[in-house]
Design a protein around this ligand. Structure first.
Ligand SMILES: [Fe+2]
Ligand SMILES: [Fe+2]
Length: 387
């Protein structure tokens, strides 16, 4: 039986020293090599449509391609400072309303200039991590083309490879031409992507990427889409989300069949992997690299901002609003006496278990362009805000 120490490398999931000890030690590397241990699988069974839901997704994907160069209004003027002002720049009094007291900390001397810079750096960091995550999706989905045994899934995954190339391309272009700097990949995200690529079992790629990473991305993009005042980024995110909703549905529809046939012991491995992925993704949102770049003591800044129970932070919780119902749909929440449910309880996210899963959501909307999925994410956010 694996312990949290075996799974996470620390026995307390909230051990801040251990979390911050994980840093990106090769921030200047240009290429990063991971050994992919999975066997490539040919299938000689070419009968298309044996898995009708996957076949339908594939047909839908062929008609939903867009061009990142020509379909987005790149001529839009992006004034990062002005947009930061529009979204709201933190200050001491405003933070105090959220219970964050910076008195006596290194942040106490910050003027509006530093807080504006912090807001801008946070955006540079977020978009950089989106871009790195998209490259993770590109590699993982190329791997699925090789490793999944079903022809309908290979066909669909091939369309997702194209989607992910486009996502990397548009986030990279947005960063280069509209923002003011890049960040290397966050160490927690890198660790997770490495684990997904290195695993030899084909379904683990789906679980790590389509269910966990893309499930979280769908929620995170939804929040960014709802809050950005930039019409270019809004449209970019809407296009990306319409693809992502299909990708998450691909994960749910593929794994449902496979997981129904697994033993408890096999499901336990998947539950542990899902838990590990959830924790790595939560840890990355501490954005330790931004504090570092701002030149303040990272641990002090994070401790100042992490007041109260972070697990009760509605925005952190909302990030898991797609992941939890999808894990439930796959049977991962309840297998082995609810092992994963207990773990998700410790992260404060089990409350989402009865929200619509993405396979269902996509089906309900007749596999439409994803606008409705976007709207649903917005509606979920509003429900959460309303309490
Ligand atoms: Fe993507
Ligand atoms: Fe994706």
């Amino acid at each position: 039986m694996a312990t949290d120490t075996d799974i996470l490398g620390r026995d307390d999931v909230n051990d801040m020293d251990a979390i911050l000890a994980i840093t990106n030690t090769n921030a200047d590397e240009l290429v990063h090599t991971v050994t992919d241990n999975a066997p490539a699988i040919f299938t000689w069974d070419y009968e298309k449509g044996q898995r009708p839901a996957l076949n339908k997704l594939y047909e839908k994907a062929k008609g939903s391609q867009w061009n990142g160069e020509t379909d987005l209004p790149w001529e839009t003027e992006v004034d990062q400072e002005q947009f930061a002002e529009a979204m709201g720049i933190p200050d001491k009094a405003g933070l105090a309303e959220f219970g964050i007291d910076i008195t006596g900390t290194s942040l106490d001397s910050w003027t509006r200039k530093e807080w504006l810079e912090f807001t801008i750096q946070t955006q540079n960091w977020s978009l950089s991590q989106f871009m790195h995550g998209e490259q993770g999706a590109l590699l993982c989905t190329a791997k699925i083309v090789e490793t999944v045994p079903w022809i309908d899934a290979k066909y669909y995954a091939a369309t997702q490879v194209m989607d992910e190339a486009r996502h990397v391309e548009v986030f990279s272009k947005y960063l280069d031409t509209k923002l003011s700097g890049h960040y290397p990949i966050n160490a927690h995200l890198k660790m997770l992507l490495d684990d997904i690529i290195a695993d030899s079992r084909w379904d683990m790629t789906y679980l790590g990427m389509q269910i966990m990473v893309e499930g979280l991305a769908l929620a995170a993009f939804g929040m960014a889409h709802a809050t950005t005042p930039d019409p270019l980024l809004k449209q970019l995110l809407r296009y990306v989300m319409s693809d992502e909703a299909r990708h998450v549905a691909f994960g749910v529809l593929s794994l449902k069949e496979f997981y129904d046939g697994l033993s408890d012991a096999e499901l336990k491995d998947r539950q542990e992997f899902a838990f590990e992925a959830a924790v790595r993704m939560r840890d990355r949102f501490l954005q330790q690299e931004v504090w570092e770049r701002m030149g303040v003591p990272v641990k002090e800044a994070i401790a100042t901002f992490n007041v109260g129970d972070k697990n009760e932070d509605p925005f952190q919780q909302l990030l898991f609003s797609k992941i939890v119902p999808n894990c439930k749909k796959l049977g991962l929440l309840d297998a082995n006496d609810g092992w994963l449910r207990t773990r998700f309880d410790t992260l404060g996210v089990t409350q989402f278990e009865n929200w619509t899963d993405t396979g269902e959501e996509y089906g309900q909307f007749g596999l439409d362009q994803g606008d409705e999925v976007v709207t649903e994410t917005e509606a979920q956010r509003d429900r959460l805000r309303a309490g």
